[in-house]
Design a protein around this ligand. Structure first.
Ligand SMILES: Nc1nc2c(ncn2[C@@H]2O[C@H](COP(=O)(O)OP(=O)(O)OP(=O)(O)O)[C@@H](O)[C@H]2O)c(=O)[nH]1
Length: 349
């Protein structure tokens, strides 16, 4: 019997909406389904792949640029070939798009694939329930992305009350009147919703997601000047920061609480210089929210700090200088109480 084709599901959604969280949930609850993952990050350090690593059967990652622009169909094929080939044990491929990706281009890359073992498995768009009203007003493209979705995951419902949830649902419905909307917290959806996509089905009616149409859109889009993309990420930029020297917790919390103007998203790992403190801390900020997760260093893992900051109209040098000020200089004492500020924002993994 011919082997079934492997569905390729694209998970998109604005910065910090919860894509990696959903992916990790799905990987942890895969019910024996073997998942291959393609992770794309906007910054040069692929923080997302570090956050997914260890849970996944097979992963390829692409950092430093948004896949929807940086990659053409043959590059996507290379990545798919590594995951989906005749000897592959993979049942489904999930592509986690960068938070600034243009889903239409991502779909084009998958539909245009020459890999005979894969089939487009649908577009999941994650919406940050708390931020969507504001971010979609600021970035009309976000509404267009929702329009393309086969499934909308309305995430972070723990941060909003019922009436607000109703209003956000209605807003999503206004953009897309056919896709199921799944309200959830922490991306905890039923994983089979992703895996059970009917292989080989055509894109849903209501959107002309044929390859021809998508190629045409791509062409039209490039006519507008592919150097100055009309995409979300044309106005966004990222700053990477790495330090082998440890970080002062109090200064870092001050930095995060008074984020430089324009920074919307920060993510990465921190090595704090505090006597008796040997934990590794993951840090995440989305809009005004700060969250540390206390985890542990793997044996032999180098203790460094790696952060990616993403925003619009940011001043990279200023942002980097602010973080450099958080580095503890040699011989400097850090008082153990300095961790209090971090603990205020910490959850345990
Ligand atoms: N309160 C709350 N926090 C959430 C929820 N889902 C995700 N988060 C947190 O939001 C932050 C961003 O989540 P991610 O899963 O990294 O978001 P993302 O969409 O992958 O982010 P980018 O790849 O940077 O676009 C993390 O601190 C998560 O723990 C949720 O439902 N409720």
């Amino acid at each position: 019997m011919a082997k079934k084709r492997i569905p390729v599901v694209i998970v998109a959604g604005f910065l910090g909406s919860g894509k990696t969280t959903l992916l990790n949930h799905v990987l942890r609850n895969n019910r024996g389904v073997r998942v291959g993952v393609i992770v794309n990050d906007f910054g040069a350090v692929n923080i997302d792949s570090m956050m997914v690593a260890g849970q996944v059967d097979s992963m390829v990652s692409l950092s430093n640029g948004c896949m929807c622009c940086a990659v053409d169909v043959s590059d996507m094929d290379d990545m798919l070939d590594r995951l989906a080939n005749p000897t592959s044990q993979i049942d489904v491929v999930i592509v986690e798009a960068s938070g600034l990706a243009e889903p239409r281009n991502m779909i084009r890359l998958v539909l245009g694939s020459r890999n005979p073992h894969v089939v487009y498995g649908g577009l999941v768009v994650m919406v940050d329930g708390e931020q969507f009203e504001e971010t979609s007003a600021r970035h009309p493209d976000l509404g267009k992305h929702v329009t393309l979705a086969d499934l909308v995951v309305l995430n972070k419902t723990d941060r909003i009350d019922e009436p607000r949830l109703g209003a956000v649902k209605q807003l999503v419905r206004d953009y897309n009147d056919r896709a199921p909307i799944l309200a959830t917290a922490h991306g905890r959806i039923e994983p089979t919703l992703l895996f059970d996509q009917e292989p080989g089905r055509d894109p849903a009616p209501g959107e002309q997601l044929t390859l021809d149409r998508l190629l045409l859109d791509q062409h039209e889009h490039c006519d507008e000047g592919c150097g100055g993309h009309g995409h979300l990420h044309s106005s966004y930029e990222s700053v990477d920061f790495a330090s082998a020297d440890p970080i002062d917790p109090r200064r870092l919390v001050d930095f995060l609480e008074s984020r430089p103007v324009g920074i919307y998203r920060i993510k990465g790992f921190v090595h704090f210089a505090v006597p008796g403190q040997s934990r590794k801390f993951e840090v995440q900020t989305v809009g005004p929210h700060i969250r540390f997760t206390s985890t542990r260093w793997e044996s032999g893992e180098e203790r460094t700090t790696q952060l990616v900051l993403i925003g619009a109209d940011i001043e990279p040098e200023k942002a980097r200088a602010g973080l450099e000020d958080c580095i503890v200089s040699e011989g400097e004492d850090v008082d153990p109480g300095a961790m209090l500020g971090v603990h205020r924002y910490t959850v345990t993994a």
